[in-house]
Every structure is written in C-alpha cells, then in structure tokens.
Ligand binder design. Sequence first.
Ligand code: HEC
Length: 98
Amino acid sequence: MASTPSLAADAQNLVRGKMLYEKYCVTCHGPQGRGDGAVQFAPPVADLTSSDVLMKPDSRLLKSIHEGRPNTVMDAWKSKLSDEAIRDILAYVLTFPR
Ligand code: HEC
C-alpha cells in the first residue's frame, strides 16, 4: 500500500481508531467528540465536531495530535501512538455526527 498520509480509511482502520480513541481520548473528548468527557479543563477541551476544529486541514489536526497543543492539557501523542494509529484515530473522529 502507498505510504501517502491519506485518511482514506477502510472499516478496519475505523475499528482500530475507535478502540484507541476510547482508550486514550474519550475521558476528555467524550464518546462523540463533543468535549463532554468525564474530566473538564481550562482552557476547555475542543469539541471535535465543531467547525472550529473541522475547518482545519487534516494535516493540521494530525499535527495537533502528534505534537499536542501549547498551554493546554492536550498532550503530544507521538511517543505513545504510531503515525498510523494517529491517522486511524483521526479517521474515526471524523465519523462523529456534526
Ligand atoms: C487530558 C485531556 C485530553 C486528552 C486525553 C486528549 N485531548 Fe485532545 N484536546 C484537549 C484539549 C484541552 C484541547 C483543546 C486545545 C486547544 O484549545 O487548542 C484538545 C484539542 C484536540 C484537537 C483539536 C486540535 C486543534 O488543532 O484544534 C484534536 C484533533 C484532539 N484534541 C484530538 C485528540 C485525540 C485524538 C486524543 C487521543 C489520542 C486526545 N485529543 C486526547 C484535551 C485532551
């Protein structure tokens, strides 16, 4: 398979993305990405279904997950998750109802 960082995901990618999301991201981002997880923070957790987030290109969002977001509790995940895992998670996140 080509190594282009495309988010074109098959069912298997989405299953893996869901599993990882529910393991690592759901406590803050909530089950449907709305930022209504069990724990609240300031600055607040991003609503992953909001146009603020969705208007950013995929490459930008991948970078946010890789590197984290400065001065927020959004951590860098690159040491914990492979590039492929991060792509699978984002592909899953993009399936949330808006
Ligand atoms: C400790 C709580 C926490 C966890 C765990 C967490 N996030 Fe976040 N996330 C945040 C916060 C807070 C923000 C808002 C950051 C900001 O204001 O820029 C955010 C923002 C984001 C954004 C938007 C970034 C942008 O550029 O606008 C994405 C995408 C995201 N998170 C994905 C994830 C994924 C995927 C995971 C799991 C691997 C995850 N987050 C785990 C707290 C968390």
